[in-house]
Design a binder for this molecule. Structure first.
Ligand SMILES: [Zn+2]
Length: 501
């Protein structure tokens, strides 16, 4: 596994005494500066395949929570008595390289569109903007550049495929919520493999669950264009050739904690399948693979302040990272990068309870939780179930304090999903001793992880745009030149349309 050596060397340097490490870092940075001015990478540190993985909404506390939970689940004691040093590790733990700052062009706190655009194009843009600059003009993406280099390309997500992160690799729009238009653009881009949710943006208006405002059946159009279209796990398992479009839910894929795994493929399974089909395809064999994989719903559970759902999404993402790393180890020419666009929810392990800062957090309380807030809320508000009973059955909460019962009663009385969600988060959070500071995103730095040829270039602290810019350099593609080309093509198309009118 010669590919691992540069990374291991970089990591070894980081374990040296501080003075030596500082000198070593100067050398590393000097090397980085030189490479930024040199022609596209070739030879030893140029990856043939690039797998970019994005843990949407996962801040540093997300991974600590997932690791502690996994240690508890695998039988380590919850208290410190007898807790072994080391112990269970996340796949990501062995791959940590540094961190990135995430602010957007128009906000200290980014959204997923501006965050993904920084990765896909190497440029800052405004929140809500999908692979366009702050003036709304298209910016070429790594996926588009990889296609023009003849590489096999893929997008895998647990959200709707039309959601901001996957969209930012194969669509251009200053409005991330124009998902019907994004669905059209995804197909027009002829991405070799797309797996995720969001069927409602591909179905014609006449279909029951459609969100489209026209009669176009994009699933039919995909079939006519040669795609194998799959909508369930059976079809997913059988599909064996590109191009493939898999849409496994009408909206986002269900949370892992709620999911019928017989119906929906896991993120790990989708990642494995994508890597196999892409790398074995003619283009993949000849020119390599560019694949983006997103653990999309870590973010959604963060918005919901739903700790149990958040940590299970994070663990499922880590399983997918492990699968990608196994592929990269076998292959030896694959650069695997993992990062996040931003943290979500302001998760805290340890919190104030009744005015006292508690030095504890209890994975055992989250191990009891068997459903997301969304499922529990539907049982209470739509089916009229007693919230205390739902909390006992679904979250292992045996008794409620008077104040907690009051919170629940008020939320039920008002039929307020928002207040019920806040009550569930507070009641479960007090038992697990975890807290949340926002229902939105945070500005905190997020981790950067990597493995394989070129990974050493990402050691240290960087801007989020560095990820896109450096990947372009490693792939030997000129995104600025491609941006100019794409804008020229657009103008020519517009002129042709105007001329024919
Ligand atoms: Zn979000």
């Amino acid at each position: 596994m010669q590919s691992a050596f540069p990374l291991q060397n970089a990591l070894l340097l980081m374990r040296l005494p501080r003075s030596l490490a500082a000198a070593a870092l100067v050398l590393l940075f000097a090397a980085g500066t030189a490479s930024a001015q040199s022609p596209p990478a070739e030879g030893r540190d140029a990856p043939r395949n690039v797998v970019l993985m994005i843990a949407d909404g996962a801040g540093p506390a997300s991974f600590t929570m997932a690791r502690d939970f996994e240690r508890y689940r695998q039988g380590e004691p919850e208290g410190l008595d007898g807790l072994p040093e080391g112990g269970v590790r996340l796949a990501l733990d062995a791959l940590e390289l540094g961190s990135i700052q995430t602010y957007a062009a128009n906000s200290r706190i980014t959204d997923s569109a501006a965050g993904a655009t920084a990765f896909s194009t190497g440029h800052k843009t405004n929140n809500g903007f999908v692979a366009v600059d702050t003036a709304g003009r298209p910016l070429a993406t790594l996926l588009e550049a990889a296609q023009r280099r003849g590489m096999a390309t893929g997008l895998v997500a647990t959200s709707r495929l039309t959601h901001a992160t996957p969209a930012s690799f194969a669509a251009h729009t200053p409005d991330r919520w124009k998902e019907n238009k994004i669905a059209r653009q995804l197909l027009a881009h002829e991405v070799d493999l797309m797996l995720g949710g969001g069927r409602r943006h591909f179905l014609p208006q006449s279909a029951e669950d459609s969100e489209r405002e026209d009669g176009r059946d994009l699933l039919d159009e995909a079939r006519e264009a040669g795609y194998t279209v799959v909508t369930g796990r059976d079809g997913f398992q059988q599909v064996d050739a590109l191009p493939v479009l898999g849409v496994f839910a009408n909206g986002h894929l269900p949370y892992v904690i709620d999911r019928d795994s017989g119906k929906i493929p896991s993120l790990e399974a989708m990642t494995q399948k994508a890597l196999r089909l892409l790398s074995e395809s003619e283009r993949g064999r000849k020119n390599g693979v560019f694949l983006m994989v997103e653990g999309s719903r870590i973010d959604h559970a963060g918005h919901n302040n739903d700790a149990a759902a958040h940590l299970r999404e994070t663990l499922a993402y880590d399983d997918a990272v492990a699968a990608a790393q196994r592929f990269a180890e076998r292959d030896g020419e694959t650069l695997l990068l993992s990062t996040a666009d931003h943290g979500t929810g302001g998760l805290s392990l340890g919190r104030n309870i009744d005015g006292e800062g508690r030095y504890a957090w209890k994975p055992s309380a989250l191990a009891e939780v068997e459903a997301s807030h969304g499922v529990m809320m539907r049982q209470v508000i739509e089916e009229g179930a007693d919230p205390a009973t739902v909390l006992r059955r679904q979250a292992g909460v045996d008794s409620l304090a008077a104040g907690e019962r009051e919170m629940l009663a008020e939320a039920v009385e008002a039929e307020s999903y928002g207040r019920l969600e806040a009550a569930l988060s507070e009641i479960i959070g007090r038992r697990a001793v975890v807290g949340w500071t926002t229902g939105g995103h945070t500005a905190a730095d997020v981790g950067l992880y990597g493995y394989g040829p070129g990974a050493e270039r990402f050691v240290g602290h960087h801007d989020n745009t560095y990820v896109g810019a450096e990947l372009a350099e490693l792939l030997g593609v000129d995104l600025d030149a491609l941006t100019a080309e794409i804008r020229r093509e657009r103008e020519e198309r517009a002129a042709t349309v105007a001329g024919s009118e």
